[in-house]
Design a protein around this ligand. Structure first.
Ligand SMILES: NC(=O)c1ccc[n+]([C@@H]2O[C@H](COP(=O)([O-])OP(=O)(O)OC[C@H]3O[C@@H](n4cnc5c(N)ncnc54)[C@H](OP(=O)(O)O)[C@@H]3O)[C@@H](O)[C@H]2O)c1
Length: 259
């Protein structure tokens, strides 16, 4: 079997570096979608080699950004991919809700949410068409969407929660294994993590590698709360998908409670 490739959207970020390491450690190649060559150089510097990495430039907040990459893949100009890890983002504005300017709101939603939505919309038809039974899609989100200590990031991340729920439902009977990984701790590239006392991308890579390599993780909301948490993982089927699956059984109970 030829080597698989993971398309990583947001490959140069804290999580993108972890995703790149996860793919390489699992003996897959990487198609790294980057903003520009400066960002590409940053990625190769973090990883220490460009072995197994193909770089492609795109603007993830343009509707044509990831679509243009998929078009090049289809034209045979870039390697075919079987997996996607979507981790574009980085808008972390501190403004209070009532002080969030229109520009800040748009920038935050575009950077954290719309980017990943466009990635989904561009790549899913391709993966369905390929019909590879091992295909997978991982969406990186975070607890900020639940705890809302920062209003802009919270709103954009919770929009991703809805997107994940819809994706899980819509992809349930397809070849694509979709999972949301919701992170509740701070991960940074290794040197920054050491300087700030946060968690290292190289370690968080273990989590993404596990999701990439676990066919039983399908339609899941994977909450990552602890740095060494591989054995302490809470793996839950996404709640809405569960409700959908058990709708008939749940409904009479709900009705009874309301009486
Ligand atoms: N790091 C954490 O601890 C953590 C925790 C919980 C949740 N998350 C979530 O995980 C996601 C990624 O976080 P992160 O810490 O990795 O953020 P990050 O370090 O800021 O990385 C964001 C990535 O998105 C790319 N990007 C943003 N706008 C782009 C554009 N217009 N065109 C091309 N690329 C663009 C960045 O490219 P450049 O490198 O060129 O800027 C970078 O690769 C976010 O949604 C965040 O909320 C992260």
């Amino acid at each position: 079997m030829s080597q698989e490739t993971v398309l990583i959207v947001g490959a140069t970020g804290n999580i993108g570096v972890a995703a790149t390491l996860a793919a390489l450690r699992s003996k897959r190649n990487v198609l790294a979608l980057v903003r520009n060559q400066d960002s590409a150089a940053k990625l190769i510097n973090y990883i220490g080699s460009d072995n197994g990495i193909t770089i492609v430039e795109a603007d993830v907040i343009s509707p044509d950004g990831v679509q243009g990459v998929v078009d090049q893949v289809k034209a045979g100009k870039l390697p075919a991919f079987q997996h996607v890890i979507a981790t574009a983002g980085g808008a972390y504005t501190e403004a209070k809700l009532h002080k969030l300017s229109t520009d800040d709101l748009r920038w935050t939603m575009d950077t954290n949410f719309t980017s990943n939505f466009y990635a989904y919309r561009a790549t899913i038809p391709y993966l369905l068409e390929q019909n590879n039974p091992n295909a997978s899609w991982i969406l990186q989100t975070g607890f900020q969407g639940e705890i809302a200590l920062r209003s802009g990031p919270a709103m954009s991340l919770s929009a991703l929660f809805g997107m994940a729920t819809a994706a899980i439902r819509e992809l349930k009977d397809t070849n694509i294994r979709f999972n949301e990984v919701r992170l509740g701790m701070r991960v940074e590239t290794d040197a920054a993590a050491e300087a700030h006392g946060t968690h290292k991308s190289s370690k968080y890579a273990n989590v993404l590698e596990k999701v990439l390599n676990s066919p039983e993780m399908r339609g899941g909301l994977i909450r990552v709360l602890e740095p060494d948490g591989l054995e302490n993982w809470k793996f839950e089927q996404n709640q809405s998908a569960l409700i959908q699956i058990t709708m008939k059984k749940v409904h009479p109970g709900t009705f009874q409670m309301r009486k």
